[in-house]
Design a binder for this molecule. Structure first.
Ligand code: NAX
Length: 327
C-alpha cells in the first residue's frame, strides 16, 4: 500500500537543510512505498534562497516527491505534518557565549511549539537547532500545554552517537556496524557523556575488546565532545552532511522497531529515570516500537559514569534556568 507523509523542515535554506532535503525527497528515509510532501520554513529574508532550493528539488525529478510548500509562516509550514524537523536557528556569532545563544534562539521555539500544536494533530518533532536540548524543552513546553504529548519531542543526539561509534570502530579495527549499544547521556554539548562502558563490539563489552581504559575514559570522550569544533576548525563551517545524515538516521530509527539487544540515543523528556530531573530533555539510551520510544531502564552506571552524567545534568539545569521566563 502506498502511504504518504508530510514533513516540515525549518531553516530549509541553510546548510543542513541543503543536505537533508534530497534524502527526504528521494525516499531514503520513509522508503520506496511512501510518497513525501515537504513543507519548508524560512525567515523572510531567506525566502529567495529557499526558492533556489525548491528549483533544485524540482530539478531532481524525485518520483516520490508530491508537493513542496515554501513559506515564512510557521502555521503554514506545520499544517498537517507527520514530522517536524526543527533545524532553523541563529548560528553562534563571534564572541557569543552559550547563554547568549540560548537567549537568542529560545523565542523561536516558543512560537514554533505553539504553532505546531495548532497546525498538526499527529506530529513527531526532532529539534536540531542549537542548543538543541533546551530549544526542544521550550517547544515541547508550549506544544504540550496545547495538548501535544511531550514524549513526541526529541533533541538530536544521533550525530554524537554516530561520531562515538565511528571512533570506537576505528580504535578496534572493525566496521561501524559491529558497534552497538552506544549511549550518549545528557546534553548535545561539550559536557555530553559518550558511554563506552556499556557499548558493545561484536556483542562483547567494548572495554574488553579495546581494553585501553585510559583512552576510553579520556581521549575517546574528548574527541566525541569536541568533534563539532574540530570540523569547524578544519572546514571553516559546522557539520552539515553528517548532521543531515544523523537526522535521517534518527527518523528511520523512530519509524522502526529497535532491536531488543540494541538501543539508540536521543534527547527525550526525562521521567526521572537514572535520577535525572523529570521534565528536562536529556539524552538517554532509548528504544522505539515504530511509533513511540521509551527510555531503556536498568543500564548499569559506574561511579565514573555517574560523575560524568552529573556534570552534563548540571549544565542542562543551568540552561533551563536561563530560559525560565520562556517556559
Ligand atoms: P545555517 O545557518 O546554514 O542555516 C540555518 C537556517 O535557519 C538559515 O537559513 C536561517 O535563515 C534559518 N532560520 C533562522 N531562524 C529561523 C526561524 N526562526 N525559522 C526558520 N528558519 C530560521 O545553519 P546549519 O548549519 O544548517 O545549522 C542549523 C542548526 O543546527 C544550528 O543551530 C546548528 O548549531 C545546529 N546543529 C545541530 C547539531 C546537532 O547534532 N543537534 C549538529 C549540527 C549543527 O551544528
Amino acid at each position: 500500500m502506498v502511504r504518504a507523509v508530510r514533513v516540515a523542515i525549518t531553516g530549509a535554506a541553510g546548510q543542513i537543510g541543503y543536505a537533508l532535503l534530497p534524502r527526504l525527497a528521494s525516499g531514503a528515509v520513509f522508503g520506496p512505498d511512501t510518497r513525501v510532501s515537504l513543507n519548508l520554513l524560512e525567515i523572510t529574508p531567506a525566502l529567495p534562497a529557499l526558492d533556489g532550493v525548491v528549483m533544485e528539488l524540482d530539478d531532481c525529478a524525485f518520483p516520490l516527491l508530491d508537493e513542496i510548500v515554501a513559506t515564512d509562516k510557521p502555521e503554514v509550514a506545520f499544517e498537517g505534518v507527520n514530522w517536524a524537523l526543527l533545524v532553523g536557528a541563529k548560528p553562534r556569532g563571534k564572541g557569543m557565549e552559550r547563554g547568549d545563544l540560548i537567549r537568542e534562539n529560545g523565542p523561536i521555539f516558543v512560537g514554533q511549539g505553539k504553532a505546531l500544536a495548532r497546525a498538526a494533530d499527529d506530529v513527531r518533532v526532532l529539534v536540531v537547532g542549537n542548543p538543541a536540548n533546551t530549544n526542544c524543552l521550550i517547544a515541547m513546553t508550549h506544544a504540550s500545554r496545547a495538548g501535544v504529548p511531550g514524549e513526541r519531542f526529541h533533541a538530536m543526539m544521533r550525530l554524537d552517537q554516530n561520531r562515538a561509534k565511528a571512533q570506537l570502530a576505528s580504535k578496534a579495527g572493525v566496521g561501524v556496524a559491529a558497534v552497538t549499544n552506544m549511549a550518549i547521556w545528557g546534553n548535545h554539548s561539550a559536557t555530553q557523556f559518550p558511554d563506552a562502558e556499556n557499548a558493545r563490539i561484536n556483542q562483547k563489552p567494548c572495554t574488553e575488546v579495546i581494553g585501553h581504559v585510559s583512552w576510553l575514559q579520556n581521549e575517546f570522550i574528548q574527541i566525541v565532545q569536541q568533534r563539532g569544533a574540530a570540523v569547524i576548525e578544519a572546514r571553516g563551517q559546522s557539520s552539515a552532511a553528517s548532521a543531515a545524515n544523523a537526522a535521517v538516521d534518527h527518523v528511520i530509527s523512530m519509524e522502526s522497531e529497535t532491536a531488543a539487544d540494541d538501543w539508540v540515543s536521543a534527547g527525550v523528556l526525562s521521567d526521572g529515570s537514572y535520577g535525572i530531573e523529570a521534565g528536562l530533555i536529556f539524552s538517554f539510551p532509548v528504544r522505539s516500537d515504530g511509533k513511540r520510544c521509551s527510555i531503556v531502564e536498568g543500564v548499569e552506571l559506574s561511579d565514573f559514569a555517574r560523575e560524568k552524567i552529573e556534570a552534563t545534568l548540571a549544565e542542562l539545569k543551568e540552561e533551563k534556568a536561563v530560559v525560565a521566563d520562556l517556559l
